[in-house]
Ligand binder design. Sequence first.
Ligand code: EPZ
Length: 429
Amino acid sequence: MDRIRIVGGTQLHGSIPISGAKNAALPLMIASLLTPETLVLENVPRLSDVRMLKRILGNHGVDVTVAGKRAGESTEDGEVVRLNAADIVDTVAPYELVSQMRASFWVVAPLLGRMRQAKVSLPGGCAIGTRPVDLLLMALERLGASIEIDAGYVIAKAPDGLKGAEIDFPKVTVGGTHTALMAAVLAKGKTVIRNAAREPEVSDLAECLVKMGAKITGIGTSTLEIEGVEGLHGATHRVLPDRIEAGTYAFAAAMAGGDVTLEGIQPIHLQAALDKLVQSGTEVIATNTGIRIRRNGTPIKPVDVTTEAFPGFPTDLQAQFMALMTRADGTAHITETIFENRFMHVQELARFGAKIRLDGDMAIVEGTGSLKGAPVMATDLRASVSLVIAALAAEGETMINRVYHLDRGFEGLESKLSRCGAKIDRIRG
Ligand code: EPZ
């Protein structure tokens, strides 16, 4: 298994191109099941989760091809992926595939909408909490599907097609909103989704569906209205930049010190995190092409953070912000409200000498003057990258094990950081 070695203590200087967002690319790829015509997605990040989803869609009969690089196209652009679901050969998503990636459960919605049936394995547990799918199933039932759970599989049927309905989510769910949207676009009549997730990745999916011929209004708000159509057609859509990747490098630059420009990011997608960064004493400057993050020797001020649905502070940046706060000049309180068990990074950060105490859903981080490199290991994607951030600022060498978690969500992590002067390399094997 590959490992990553980091020798910390170097400031970061330079620019980092931000990749397409993993969490937008995945539902967009799944939306290809809604049409017999080709969906072309540009700027798709080269990540193991994307490769896995290509396999899963291939299993349903989707023909997935990746276009070669065209003259003038930068190598930093993501892939151009063409997905064609002219013939859906299988409406079953088996345990072996779904258990490896939770988002693949969302195929249930387009399969049900287009094929009127789907049998999809329950996604199962996860290192960050129990993560049920009850609200996704509630949405499908509201749209007229019958749902049965048998031997670990959800069997969803709508022999006469789905019918528009009112869906009121009791709590904000990104996956629930993706599912409801993809099911509603081909349902007969009007659907209203209330308390919809407003994450930019949800809007990106909705905008792509509109290009495919769907009728959706209220995009970007918490009430989405969908007028069902008979069928969707092909389209070309560019995946939006990854706000979580950008936030991660912003925190890394703040922690290690230096001056880094994050290219291609839309600051509005990251406002809550950037506001916290400014409060911590870091300079954040909007440029024509992205944002510049600068901290030169000034102390890191402690800042309290509570995770919330968009536009609040994202749970996917909680571990990284905690890493930053381990070097703060005082005590910070970090409260996780989205997932009940997303503190697995605490014990690993402690290996660097961080002082963190847990009290229910709150982590109390007592900043220390310096961290020391250590061998570490992590249990999920964002937790792993919090260790990278800590290692960049720690004295001496850190060895990060289980880097397959990083490969799920961070394209070109080592090359992006090393072009800014970080001492980071991958040990294969
Ligand atoms: C998406 O997960 C993201 N995944 C997650 O990113 C992200 O952390 C999360 O949204 C929150 O922003 C992808 O986009 C692929 P939810 P999702 O449904 O859709 C509860 C990463 O690191 N809930 O918004 O699964 C749930 O348990 C990943 O890239 C129910 O109770 O998250 C959680 O407490 C990790 N019943 C809350 O809602 C349900 O049926 C929000 O979850 C569904 C969810």
